[in-house]
Design a protein around this ligand. Structure first.
Ligand code: ADP
Ligand code: MG
Length: 704
């Protein structure tokens, strides 16, 4: 079998009969259809079933679309002006039915001739208890014409412009029909080793492609759909796993041979808690991975508050004990400062000094820091994306840790690991969990660790949904908590496009809170994106140190901030936030042993989606579960942590609906690669070819 026959599918779309330059231009622009192959993979979103003829006496209200064959008895126009309509009596051997038109009356009337036979197709409605078809499609039956269509008729998504050039949702099907008629089965060879994939019920590719457009039965359509979805998922899993395997086999990486003194000392003498089983397991995984002489590329998933930071710190000590430098990159200045303060406090105890590099570090300090990194006298630096600037050079960088990864692009990360050769190990920590299906597809090329256990003693955060009318009560509650010595967050949304309005809301909110909690009895910090960095830092610090009881902030506070004494999180206009963001914000409380609360404030009128989000938030605290729901509500493209990736660009498969198929595809891909890592066996030649041809969807490049 050869895939040179794919060449046929590479032909420009204008060469197809019925297309021509004008339509071709539109097909390209509007639908991205450039070639025969593109048209073939432009799948219908539904079908019209005209394979059966209904009888009039069997019509029921829940039948939706029906097709009738019979004779036109009579037609008359009744009513005046707006009420004017054409009523047609139509009969078959079982009864009569009324057809009605409110528009195009003259045109339809000309078409219809009493006494002749017609095929009628339309949506059934009941009027005064009698069945009726309004504006049905109607077609004269020629003698000898077979009545039932042999195929379901496809309907495609189209656009106004295409419609105006005669390419409506059903007309597109005629092009596909022309194309399929030209293609021989040998033009659509089979890339998948179907024998090895047994007992999966997979149609052959050529059959599947025909049946997905023009299925003979709804069952065959389903089979075609499953086959092509499987193909998408299987090919993408093969790619991901190949990238990962190649990295495991061929990449070069630094070796962390031993667990050294500093690691051991911190672990044994300076931790104020016992690590959870999950934390220990992850450290073991990292340890094994960094000792192999291959570059580690690992994604660390853990729920908010699961204790990723200490895992990062111990991993950095592993690097340092082995004579390497390391850096921790975080997305915001505030987060860096927090990490800096806590990591520095901890590592001082084992004699490791820590540097901080952010945009606001003064030139003189910065120079000194850069010199220390370059000559190797400083082994650990924490910073924002300032770390990736070219002026930052390391003597011997062995490990890069990226916290709250979704803020950084792939290219930015790549900048970091170019700073040393062999490249440093990479550990990417997510801010909130990513649904499993997303992790498998968007990050399937990375190795994967998961902290699926919270530190002991955490109480669930009590989450409630409140409205404006409850505000006084909410304020009273806050007051009580402050009297108990706790601290409070009040968060306002900040949405880029309407920044000005949001900013005004924040200020208004701040004034209100201040009126309710007057100085000097209460002190309030405010932090938002428009403040100069220094101001932000001071305000933040006062709250962290317990100097102020209330923090009024925008979502700049969102990621990573750790104030264990804070026990209440109030989120204003909570309906404006996505699920994972709400969960991330809520995770700012409940970090100590005190009972904690999250109050979601919303306006009185909520859309169905927003109501569902509030319901989920008040019912579960499990980030993995919330991530799954988020995926279902919003679809993969919208989920934070989703990398711009061809991996998600499935035409048919859905990460929500086809989860189990994805599992199967992943397993089968792993089995296949285990048996034949180079895809060299004769039975895999077509597969390899196919993957090369379709390389466009996903590049083979290393990521992270
Ligand atoms: P995240 O995973 O969200 O980054 P952090 O690393 O900030 O979470 O940890 C949250 C809090 O839990 C911190 O106060 C940290 O000191 C504490 N913590 C981490 N691990 C443990 C543990 N094993 N036992 C008790 N507390 C822990
Ligand atoms: Mg964190």
């Amino acid at each position: 079998m050869s895939f040179s026959s794919e060449q046929k599918l590479q032909q420009p779309i204008e060469y197809l009969k019925g297309v021509g330059p004008l339509r071709a231009e539109l097909l390209k622009k509007e639908l991205g259809i450039f070639t025969f192959g593109d048209l073939l993979e432009y799948y219908p979103f539904r079908h019209i079933d005209r394979t059966r003829i209904n009888t009039i006496d069997s019509l029921l209200p829940d039948m939706d679309f029906v097709q009738l064959a019979g004779t036109l008895v009579s037609s008359e126009v009744v009513g005046q002006r707006a009420g004017k309509r054409l009523l047609v009596t139509f009969k078959d051997r079982t009864g009569t039915i009324e057809l009605a038109w409110f528009q195009g009356i003259n045109w339809v009337q000309k078409l219809l001739q009493p006494g002749y036979s017609y095929l009628v197709y339309g949506r059934i409605s009941f009027f005064n208890g009698r069945p009726q078809l309004v504006h049905p499609e109607i077609e004269k039956i020629e003698p000898e014409q077979p009545l039932e269509k042999k195929f379901l008729e496809p309907v495609y998504a189209t656009t106004e412009k295409l419609k105006s050039k005669g390419l409506g949702g059903r007309a597109l099907g005629r092009l596909t029909q022309t194309l399929l008629a030209q293609l021989k089965d040998s033009d659509l060879p089979e890339p998948l080793p179907l024998d090895e994939l047994k007992p999966l019920p997979l149609l052959e590719r050529s059959r599947a492609l025909r049946q997905i457009h023009f299925p003979e039965t709804p069952q065959l359509y389903q089979q075609a759909l499953q086959r092509l979805k499987f193909e998408e998922l299987f090919i993408s899993q093969l790619r991901m796993q190949l990238v990962r395997m190649q990295r495991h086999r061929f990449s070069e990486g630094v070796v962390f041979e031993k667990v050294g003194d500093r690691f051991n000392e911190l672990y044994k003498h300076h931790l104020s808690f016992e690590l959870t089983g999950a934390q220990k397991r992850v450290i073991k995984e990292i340890r094994a991975d960094t000792a192999k002489g291959k570059q580690m590329n690992r994604l660390l998933q853990g729920d908010v508050g699961s204790g990723k930071t200490i895992v990062a710190v111990l991993t950095m000590l592993l690097a340092i004990d082995n004579g390497y430098q390391t850096c921790l990159m975080a997305p915001t200045e505030i987060l860096c400062q927090q990490h800096y303060a806590s990591v520095k406090g901890l590592l001082e105890k084992v004699g490791v000094s820590v540097g901080l590099l952010t945009g606001s570090i003064k030139t003189k300090e910065r120079k000194q820091l850069l010199a220390q990194l370059a000559d190797g006298s400083l082994s650990l630096v924490i910073g924002t994306h300032a770390l990736i600037e070219e002026t930052v050079a390391f003597k011997k960088l062995g490990l890069v840790i990226i916290d709250e990864q979704h803020r950084f692009g792939v290219a930015q990360r790549a900048q970091l690991w170019k700073k040393s050769s062999p490249p440093p190990h990479m550990l990417v920590m997510t801010a909130t969990p990513i649904p499993r299906t997303l992790a498998m597809t968007a990050y399937g090329d990375l190795d994967y660790s998961i902290i699926d256990e919270l530190p002991p003693g955490r109480q669930p955060i009590k989450t409630v949904h409140r409205f404006e009318k409850d505000r006084a009560k909410v304020m009273d509650f806050i007051k009580q908590e402050i009297e108990l010595g706790r601290q409070i967050y009040i968060i306002y949304p900040l949405i880029e496009e309407s920044a000005k309005l949001d900013y005004e809301n924040l200020m208004k909110g701040y004034e209100e809170v201040k009126a309710f909690f007057p100085e000097p009895r209460y002190w309030i910090s405010m932090v938002h994106g428009r403040q100069p960095a220094e101001q932000k830092e001071i305000n933040m610090k006062r709250f962290v140190e317990g100097d102020t009881q209330i923090m009024v902030a925008t979502t700049v506070i969102e990621v990573g901030v750790n104030v264990p004494n804070a026990s209440v999180m109030v989120i204003e206009s909570a309906e404006k936030f996505g699920l994972s963001q709400l969960h991330q914000l809520r995770g700012r409380v409940g970090r100590g042993t005190e009972k904690s609360y999250c109050v979601l404030m919303t306006g009185p009128k909520l859309g169905a989606d927003a109501r569902e989000r509030m319901r989920i938030m008040t019912h579960t605290g499990n980030g993995f579960e919330i991530a799954e729901k988020d995926l279902m509500l919003r679809g993969p493209g919208e989920i934070e942590g989703t990398r711009q990736s061809g991996a998600l660009a499935f035409k048919l498969a859905s990460l929500v609906a086809d989860r189990s198929l994805l599992e199967v595809a992943r397993e089968k891909a792993a089995q296949l690669l285990e048996a034949d890592p180079g895809l060299d066996q004769a039975s895999h030649v077509s597969l390899k070819e196919f993957m090369k041809i379709r390389k466009g969807a996903l590049s083979w490049s290393k990521i992270s």
